[in-house]
Design a protein around this ligand. Structure first.
Ligand SMILES: NC(=O)c1ccc[n+]([C@@H]2O[C@H](COP(=O)([O-])OP(=O)(O)OC[C@H]3O[C@@H](n4cnc5c(N)ncnc54)[C@H](OP(=O)(O)O)[C@@H]3O)[C@@H](O)[C@H]2O)c1
Length: 278
């Protein structure tokens, strides 16, 4: 059985992905949340029943311990090479307009969740991704069409997926503002790039991606676009389901050495499937 680790799991986009995995694949999900987790069970209803979903509460990314304990639990229950997808969704935003609004505690908080929290998640879960050799052994046991990921993850690889944001692109910064969020996402992009090198160097089956989903109407974006904002796909603003469809389509296309073949390697991509400049 392949396993998906969903971090920041009670968020709008993470819940949508968890639901999608339980509905459309044969993968198990470990949903990591810093809250009590009851919202996840309530939202998923019947999908939360059975043994494919495990919710792990109290995983506050500001403390390493919760991630360490969660990874130990997954390893004990699923084995060393069972993880196919590590998807990091946690993110917080304080949108400063100018230097006068900078508060060191808020800046630190965003780095702890948006950057270091993703880095620590990979520290503890990347060792549970199969190496290329382990991958060949595991996948050889699947019969035709037997990949539990059912196309959510490419047939030849596993995936490390971080929700980034276009505002984290340094070369794309044409307006300024949002100092701490931009900087935390730029630093996250650097983490993803280093991680992708390490995955190659260690012959891991994993590929690392930073992703910009557009503006997605969750509680996260409502503080910026307003409570009553409506989807406007032409301008990159989506409801959760449409955003999920775009994200999952891209997830399935990512593969190592895919450059120039119409597929995608590790990197920074947006909802159109286009590369974003770092
Ligand atoms: N919505 C957008 O327009 C948009 C645009 C660009 C990028 N993004 C990125 O997409 C990601 C998901 O956003 P979303 O729209 O789904 O927002 P969301 O509903 O607010 O989800 C964000 C999640 O972050 C987690 N989190 C916050 N503080 C945490 C902490 N201390 N420890 C662990 N987890 C913490 C929470 O999950 P738990 O309570 O379960 O831990 C929260 O539900 C974020 O990284 C965001 O930066 C969003």
């Amino acid at each position: 059985m392949s396993v998906a680790i969903i971090q920041g799991a009670s968020g709008g986009q993470a819940l949508a992905l968890t639901s999608h995995i339980l509905r459309n694949t044969g993968m198990k999900v470990y949903a990591l949340t810093h809250g009590k987790g009851s919202g996840i069970q309530d939202h998923l209803g019947d999908l939360a029943k059975g043994d494919r979903l495990t919710v792990i509460n109290g995983v506050d990314l500001k403390e390493e311990r919760g991630l360490e304990d969660a990874a130990r639990m997954v390893k004990e229950r699923e084995g060393k090479a069972a993880v196919r997808l590590v998807a990091c969704f946690a993110g917080i935003l304080t949108a400063e307009k100018s230097l006068s609004a900078i508060d060191p505690a808020t800046v630190l908080s965003q780095f702890q969740v948006n950057t270091i929290g993703h880095l620590l998640t990979y520290k503890h879960f990347v060792p549970l991704l199969p190496t290329k050799k382990e991958w060949r052994d595991v996948s050889a046991q699947w019969k035709d069409g037997g990949d539990p990921a059912k196309g959510l993850v490419g047939a030849e690889n596993s995936l490390c997926w971080s929700m980034s944001a276009r505002v984290g692109s340094i070369s794309g910064n044409e307006k300024g503002g949002w100092y701490s969020y931009r900087a935390s996402k730029a630093a996250l992009n650097q983490v993803i790039r280093s991680l992708d090198h390490e995955l190659v160097n260690k012959s891991s089956s994993g590929v690392a991606v930073a992703y910009h989903p557009g503006t997605v109407l969750t509680s996260f974006s409502k503080a910026v676009v307003g409570q009553n904002a409506k989807p406007d796909p032409e301008h990159g603003r989506f409801g959760v389901e449409e955003a999920l469809e775009k994200m999952t389509r891209l997830m399935g296309k990512v593969e190592r050495d895919g450059e120039g073949t119409g597929s995608w390697g590790g990197g920074f991509y947006d909802w159109k499937g286009e590369r974003v400049e770092w």
